[in-house]
Design a protein around this ligand. Structure first.
Ligand SMILES: [Ca+2]
Ligand SMILES: [Ca+2]
Ligand SMILES: [Ca+2]
Length: 324
């Protein structure tokens, strides 16, 4: 009799789904989301030449965007350069943002760019000592094209609002950091508008339909000119080596403008962007507390299971034997 009870208890115990420490630690720890955009919305229509153009990108923002500090933030679009804006505007399609600057939709070899019209120097960022930019992107060009997409930061309001030129590009001198990713899997990094020697490969053998998760982590205590910045970049959770500095990080100093507008950019190939998120960097103390807490819970769970197991295997049979 007691043997069947023991077997039942043991099976029940094993059936409890267990999460290992590795799974807990791999769970993404996030800071406060300042701005998130799903780009989920009605498809933009086409103009008389058959080219899609923006109708919805800057409407219905409150239905698409979220963020504890900002709510709905409009985008500045790069519509300058003497070409008709409808040939150059980014647009929404299939719940994503599509950008395709360059010869695909006008004669000049130029980018399409969007920049949230917000200076990301929020107190929440300096309190957390940094921020994180995340998005997913599909370069669409397979693994041979030298066309590229990019993200850059440290732009100024005047650069973002400058419709008469092609700012805020990755090579804008006011941009403190920028990284461009080519369709062929190569990447290059820039600082203050010039190539800073960082580059390498972020992918190889990928297909034309593959999406990449891009994550740029920026550690900084302030946006004051000369403040030290430590930057890390991840593609599909793999950290890239940012350049000649030891290790994979890049260290630089904020320039003199004290601004931090952020832009996404595409050159020639149609790049599909999705799920843009700009958050405060997770505080190390929070991460450590969560990890320590998770390990503590696991240890307690293990002790409780061991206790139940001992009770089922030893104490109950002993009691049953005594009452016989
Ligand atoms: Ca979407
Ligand atoms: Ca700057
Ligand atoms: Ca390095």
């Amino acid at each position: 009799m007691f043997r069947s009870i023991a077997v039942t208890v043991t099976i029940t115990s094993m059936a409890i789904p267990l999460m290992g420490p590795a799974e807990l630690c791999a769970a993404t720890v996030r800071g406060t989301v300042l701005l998130r955009d799903s780009f989920d919305g009605p498809d933009d229509t086409t103009d008389l030449t058959g080219q899609p153009h923006d109708v919805h990108l800057n409407s219905d923002l409150s239905a698409r965007q979220a963020g504890s500090l900002l709510g709905a933030v409009p985008y500045r679009l790069d519509v300058g350069g003497g070409n008709s804006p409808q040939y150059r505007n980014p647009y929404l399609s299939s719940n994503r943002l599509v950008m395709k600057g360059g010869s695909l939709n006008h004669s000049l070899n130029r980018s399409q760019i969007i920049a949230p019209n917000h200076d990301f120097v929020d107190p929440a960022i300096t309190t957390a000592r940094g921020f994180v930019i995340e998005f997913t992107v599909n370069p669409t060009s397979g693994n041979t094209s030298t066309d590229w997409f990019a993200v850059s930061l440290g732009h100024t309001q005047s650069s973002v609002a400058n419709a008469a030129s092609y700012h805020p590009e990755v090579t804008d001198p006011v941009a403190d950091f920028g990284i461009l990713f080519r369709g062929n899997g190569g990447f290059s990094t820039f600082g203050d508008g010039t190539f800073n020697g960082g580059g390498g490969s972020y992918a190889s053998g990928h297909g034309a339909a593959d999406f990449f998760d891009i994550r740029v982590e920026v550690e900084t205590a302030s946006f004051a000119p000369g403040e030290t910045v430590t930057l890390r970049t991840f593609v599909n959770n793999q950290q890239l080596d940012m350049g000649p500095d030891p290790g994979n990080e890049l260290t630089f100093l904020w320039d003199g403008d004290g601004s931090n507008y952020i832009s996404l950019e595409s050159r020639r190939e149609p790049s599909l962007f999705d799920n843009l998120a700009i958050s405060t960097i997770p505080e190390p103390s929070t991460f450590i507390l969560l990890t320590v807490g998770a390990v503590g819970l696991l240890a307690r769970s293990y002790r409780q299971r061991r206790k139940r197991f001992r009770r089922a295997m030893i104490i109950r049979p002993f009691l049953a034997w005594r009452t016989k």
